[in-house]
Design a binder for this molecule. Structure first.
Ligand code: PGA
Length: 254
């Protein structure tokens, strides 16, 4: 796969001034590359701001979506609303949502359906805790997270799927998985997709997330089954984020 995907997950950070500066710093420092796709996921209240201020090559993404259509769900944001704000991607099943807001595979299945129904492309996050890893359960755990979505969807709903492998112990900790150990899980994920369909396995980008920065990005991106990154902390620094995007771009040119 030649395409790379570099996704900024700004989490609950930013304000109108910070966001504007961040977008303009990224714009100034990024070398646009058609095969390297940049997706920016700001906090919900700023979707419209980013849509207005970003250059066309940056693609708008959201960090969450409701599993319901509309109605008495205080504080929730529906897929229809996200689509109305021109959101093209949505992060689903981030470990912070799974852990802090008790989103289980059932909830994630619901959110996935709402993304598809509203033509928003899902970025499904999966990843193990340090306890799973230490007890040798990494693959089984990740299999169950992916299967929750694969088994409940027709193939046509999975066409635009992106998977992000984010080992929980690597998120925001500065402790990245080694490129080799990340690749081991990425290739396991690719094989899991292969059991469903060969085109699905071939065409689904599998991103790595967890303390990615401009020092470790190149080695990670050179791995056969790593097709980009989901970036938290380093995406809040425009120059750093652009560096990572540019590294991905250079590799797609090779
Ligand atoms: P991090 O976050 O890059 O700060 O580790 C990644 C994520 O949570 O998506």
């Amino acid at each position: 796969m030649n395409n790379m995907y570099i996704v900024a997950n700004w989490k609950m950070n930013g304000d109108q001034i910070i966001n504007r500066d961040l977008i303009s710093t990224i714009e100034k420092n990024s070398v646009i590359n058609d095969s390297s796709h940049m997706i920016i996921c700001p906090s919900m209240p700023y979707l419209q701001q980013i849509d207005t201020q970003k250059p066309p090559y940056m693609i708008l993404g959201a960090q969450n979506i409701s599993q319901y259509d509309n109605g008495a769900y205080t504080g929730e944001v529906s897929g229809k609303m996200l689509a109305d704000l021109k959101t093209k991607y949505v992060i689903i099943g981030h470990s912070e949502r799974r852990e802090l807001y008790n989103e289980d595979n059932n909830v994630i299945r619901g959110k996935f359906s709402k993304a598809i129904e509203n033509n928003i492309k899902p970025i499904l996050c999966v990843g193990e805790t340090i306890e799973h890893r230490n007890s040798g359960e990494t693959f089984d755990y990740i299999h169950s997270q992916i299967d929750a979505v694969l088994s409940s969807n027709k193939l046509e709903n999975l066409k635009e799927l992106i998977i992000a492998y984010e080992p929980i112990w690597a998120i925001g900790t500065g402790q990245t998985a080694t490129p080799e150990s990340a690749e081991e899980v990425h290739s396991y994920i690719r094989n899991t997709l292969l059991n469903t369909d060969s085109n699905l396995a071939e065409n689904t980008p599998i991103l790595y997330g967890g303390s990615v920065n401009s020092d470790n990005a190149e080695k990670l991106f050179k791995m056969e089954n790593i097709n980009g990154a989901l970036i938290g902390g380093a995406s809040l620094n425009g120059e750093e984020f652009s560096k990572i995007y540019n590294i991905a771009g250079e590799l797609t040119n090779e």
